[in-house]
Structures are given as structure tokens and as C-alpha cells.
Design a protein around this ligand. Structure first.
Ligand code: ACM
Ligand code: ZN
Length: 544
């Protein structure tokens, strides 16, 4: 017999509280579920709702915790949810259904009860995110609603893609643990499941490494920061700087906290440690890692830097393996991102160590030196049971068949990767770069990197275009990226993320063939969710 938790008297609580907020009468879920069948009637949900499920089962625990988080801002006081084994008194039933995939769920709302069937804890969490969107918008953030009505329906759902990502660059501007957790909340609302944490770059090293404390002592702070648009290499007396030092890093304890917070929301955290380019903060901390050994400062401007790790020296590989050994202890994710983008080879071409490496490895082109460095790091990761992700530059030359490609310079890298059998994550800048302008009226927008990606453009992305069904299996996911050169605070970051991230979430989660007008109309309900959560967002699509 299943051991079930103690029951509670929901009916007494519910009936004592007076008026009920009526159903919106319309189901508007984002991302669009696989199937929604609307049925007659409404279900009345009130504080102290009793959930019947198997005690100790992770599916039960996740459903109860998620429901409590959703209902507390609506009902306020006391426990909004109680787990119970007493099916007689329960209004919500949670059941594990192993025939469903780990992220799949079936949500049945009937006049007498709600039933959640889930393949695993993530599925249960997503069922509750969908249930959240059935709650009348008028009740969001009410804090003291007596009861709410949900429209009756049966919703069957499962994600189209296993990797549904969002990247945050915390190097160009630092974001606190609380802000990172808010990003995870925002992702969970959209059923995104991978947080790509861009932790090292020219302008800041943001992760504590015990073996090399100078990485954060020196590399986490830049002395000053360029103001306005980067002139692209022409740094003269006309450039203006904010002379306030900008810094910040995460301790190991903070990182463990973030990883655990993410896991509770079904999100895997993938760290990115850039190698061999985007390395100036590391080289400023440990000058012996560069080709020349010169002392550099942490970079104060944006754009591409030709000061990169020296792959000629053995000590460079001792360093990166030492760093990654500590990174692996913190991040359980299968994938580890090692960057690999935008790595100029100018210093390599003048370096005796690099020349010696070219000779000893029989390499004939400089590009192959990056392939050599990447493959060596990949061997290290594989030996520790992990897989490597790199930006699409690692495809140039001889990429190993086991590397996963993150395609950003258009979709071509992902297409090429899939055609040769490499896994790929699609993140082409023209659809997925959330640091680009989101309106054609650039003067009315805060300074952005350039480019223009509207919500409609993000929504129109077809990650499987130009691929055969077999090649499509290599495309494991879709990701939106937020680079933060011109984004100095969390309010601005939210404005850039939303609602474009919702469009990408729907691309990654929902069956193909969604209509933008239908998405837009469902987003009116999601907008109320943003308001209730206090998320900032761009309003362009709502007025279109
Ligand atoms: C990139 O945007 N440099 C990956
Ligand atoms: Zn070198």
C-alpha cells in the first residue's frame, strides 16, 4: 500500500471565504501545448487546496512545491497547498505515468477535480506552469483571493525539443545571484530547461576557482568601462569611459545555490568557460597564459580581442584542465561549453611556442591549432563523462564527431554540423540574439548591439529548415542569447528578453506550424503574468 500524507479540510477553508473570481473563459497557454480540448464547466480552486499523491515520490513533491509557489501570490496567507493521501478530500490528484516522457504531462481540469499525470518531476512542474495560465488574470497577484475558477479542459503536452535554452552574459555586466534566480524564474514560466551561463570573457572572470584565486582577485574587476557605442578598434581620445570600476563574481557556494534553484525548476545550468579566445580577463590574472607573457588589464571596451590563450605552452592546458576540474565539481550538467568563438590567431603566428606545437603536431594551418586545443579539452571532458559544446567556429577545420555545435553566425553552422552528424543547438543571431534592437525605430530604444530581431522574426524561426528527417535528429535544441555589452542592469535585461524569449520558447516547445497571430493573442494572458511577477518587457508586439 502507498503511504500517503495527512489530509486537510479544504472545503471548510474554501467555503468560508466568500466571492470567487470567475474564469477568463478562454485558454491561452504559452508555449502552445500539443493538444487542448476544452470541456464544459469550471473548477473552483481555493486556499488550502488538498493534493493527493504518493508521499516521497519526486513527481508529487515537485507538483506540490510548484503549486504552492503559483498559488501563494493569489491566495496569500498560510499554506495554499497541502499534500494529502486522502483521496476522499483531495481536489488535485497527481499521478506518475511512466508511459509519458520525463517532461510530458496530461492536465485534466474537471468541475470536481484537477488531475495531473506526469512522466517525471519536470512534467509535473510544467503541468503546474500550464495550470497557472488557466487562473483568471484578474486574480494574479491578488494576494487575498477567496477562490478562483479554472476553465475545464484536457491538455496533453510534451516538448518538441529536449534543449530549450537561454544564455546570460554576466561578464560584460555582472548580475547578482538574486537576478540570476529571477532569470531562472522567467525561464521556468516559459518551460525553458537550459540556462547557459556565460561566465568568462575579456571584460571579466566571474567564477571562483580555488587553484587560481587571482582569476577573481584580478580578473573579476575592470578599471573602467567604455560609454556608448564601441568604435570597433578605434580607441582614441574621443572615447569616453565610466571611471567606476565594474566587478563581481560568484563564490562556489553561490554557484551551488543557483544550480540547485535551477534544478528545482527543471533547468540544467551549462557553464561557459571561453577557450582559447575571449581570454583577456584570464590573461590579466595569469600573464603566463598568453603567447607573450605581457601584463594586460581586464578589457574596458567591447569587440574582438586578439590577446588569447597560447596553445603552444603545456602550462595553458594544465591551467584549463585545472579550471575545468573545479567547474565539473560545481555543475552536474552533461554539457560544458568552452566557447571557441572569435579567436584571432595573430599572436599565435608570432609565437615560438605555437610554432613548435604546429611542428610537433604536424599542423599546416593556424586554424588547426584551435582544433587541436579544442580536441584536447574535449578529451579531458569526455574522460570525465561530459560532452563539449562550442560556438560554430569550432567547425572550421577538423572538429571531432562528438562535439556539439552552437550555431550563431546564422543557421549554416548547425546545418553543416547536422549534415556531417555532429549534434547542434540552433542560436542564429538573426532570430535568437536578444541583444539586438527589437523595434525598427532605434532612436526610441536603448542602445543595442545592432541588428534587428522583432518578436515576429524570432517566432518565425524554423530550426529544422534545409535538413532531412535524419539530419533533424542532430538538432537538439534552440537557444536565445543575451549579450550584455550595452545592458548594465536587470531591468534592461528583462526588457530585452521579453517577450522575444516567449517566441523562442514556443519555437522550441510547441509543434511546428504555429500562427503568429494566435501566439500574439495568447501572449495577452502571458503579459498579465509578466505584470504580476513584476517582469519588465517590451510592449511593441502588444500594440502591433
Ligand atoms: C558570439 O556571439 N560571439 C558567440
Ligand atoms: Zn603562443
Amino acid at each position: 500500500m502507498k503511504r500517503l500524507l495527512v489530509a486537510a479540510t479544504w472545503c471548510l477553508l474554501a467555503c468560508a471565504c466568500g466571492g470567487t473570481i470567475p474564469s477568463d473563459g478562454r485558454i491561452a497557454v504559452v508555449p502552445r501545448p500539443v493538444s487542448v480540448v476544452e470541456t464544459e464547466g469550471v473548477f473552483r480552486l481555493a486556499p488550502g487546496v488538498v493534493v493527493a499523491c504518493e508521499a516521497g515520490d519526486a513527481v508529487c513533491g515537485r507538483a506540490v512545491a510548484a503549486l504552492d509557489e503559483v498559488l501563494r501570490p493569489i491566495f496569500g496567507r498560510g499554506a495554499a497547498v497541502r499534500a494529502s493521501g486522502d483521496g476522499q478530500q483531495a481536489q488535485v490528484f497527481v499521478v506518475r505515468d511512466s508511459a509519458l516522457g520525463p517532461e510530458a504531462y496530461r492536465l485534466t481540469v474537471a468541475p470536481e477535480c484537477v488531475r495531473i499525470e506526469a512522466g517525471g518531476p519536470a512534467g509535473a512542474f510544467y503541468a503546474v506552469q500550464t495550470l497557472r495560465q488557466l487562473i483568471p488574470a484578474a486574480a494574479l497577484g491578488a494576494g487575498n483571493a477567496a477562490a478562483v475558477e479554472l476553465p475545464c479542459a484536457t491538455i496533453e503536452d510534451a516538448p518538441r525539443m529536449g534543449y530549450r535554452g537561454a544564455m546570460l552574459d554576466v561578464c560584460r555586466h555582472f548580475f547578482t545571484v538574486e537576478e540570476v534566480k529571477a532569470m531562472l524564474d522567467l525561464m521556468a514560466l516559459h518551460k525553458l530547461n537550459v540556462f547557459h551561463w556565460h561566465l568568462t570573457d575579456d571584460q571579466g572572470w566571474r567564477i571562483a576557482i580555488d587553484r587560481y584565486p587571482e582569476l577573481t582577485r584580478v580578473g573579476s574587476v575592470r578599471r573602467r568601462t567604455l560609454i556608448g557605442r564601441d568604435p570597433g578598434g578605434e580607441y582614441d581620445e574621443t572615447c569616453r569611459y565610466d571611471e567606476t570600476p565594474h566587478g563581481g563574481f560568484y563564490t562556489k557556494e553561490q554557484i551551488r545555490d543557483v544550480v540547485a534553484y535551477a534544478a528545482e525548476r527543471g533547468i540544467t545550468v551549462i557553464p561557459e568557460i571561453e577557450f582559447p579566445g575571449h581570454a583577456v580577463a584570464a590573461l590579466a590574472s595569469c600573464p603566463w597564459l598568453s603567447c607573450t607573457g605581457e601584463q594586460y588589464e581586464v578589457r574596458q571596451t567591447w569587440d574582438i580581442d586578439d590577446r588569447v590563450f597560447c596553445p603552444g605552452k603545456e602550462t595553458t592546458f594544465e591551467f584549463i584542465e585545472g579550471v575545468l576540474a573545479e567547474v565539473l565539481e560545481l555543475f552536474p550538467s552533461e554539457y560544458i561549453h568552452i566557447g571557441g568563438d572569435e579567436c584571432p590567431m595573430t599572436f599565435w603566428q608570432k609565437c615560438p611556442h605555437c610554432a613548435a606545437r604546429m611542428r610537433s603536431e604536424g599542423l599546416t594551418e593556424w586554424r588547426q591549432l584551435q582544433n587541436y586545443a579544442t580536441a584536447r579539452v574535449e578529451r579531458f571532458l569526455n574522460a570525465h563523462g561530459r560532452r563539449l559544446i562550442g560556438w560554430d567556429e569550432i567547425l572550421e577545420g577538423d572538429v571531432t564527431p562528438t562535439a556539439t555545435i552552437m550555431s550563431w553566425r546564422g543557421a549554416a553552422g548547425g546545418v553543416r554540423a547536422a549534415r556531417q552528424g555532429n549534434r547542434a543547438i540552433m542560436s542564429p543571431s538573426e532570430y535568437c540574439y536578444l541583444d539586438y534592437y527589437q523595434s525598427e525605430d532605434r532612436d526610441a530604444e536603448p542602445l543595442a548591439w545592432g541588428g534587428y530581431v522583432s518578436v515576429a522574426k524570432s517566432y518565425s524561426f524554423d530550426p529544422f529548415a534545409d535538413l532531412t528527417p535524419e539530419q533533424q535528429r542532430c538538432i537538439v535544441g534552440v537557444q536565445g542569447n543575451l549579450w550584455t555589452e550595452y545592458i548594465a542592469d536587470w531591468a534592461h535585461a528583462q526588457y530585452m528578453l521579453l517577450p522575444r524569449l516567449a517566441a523562442l520558447a514556443e519555437v522550441a516547445w510547441s509543434p511546428a506550424g504555429g500562427a503568429y497571430d494566435d501566439f500574439r493573442s495568447r501572449m495577452e494572458r502571458m503579459r498579465r503574468e509578466y505584470d504580476a511577477c513584476g517582469f519588465r518587457y517590451a510592449e511593441h508586439m502588444f500594440g502591433e
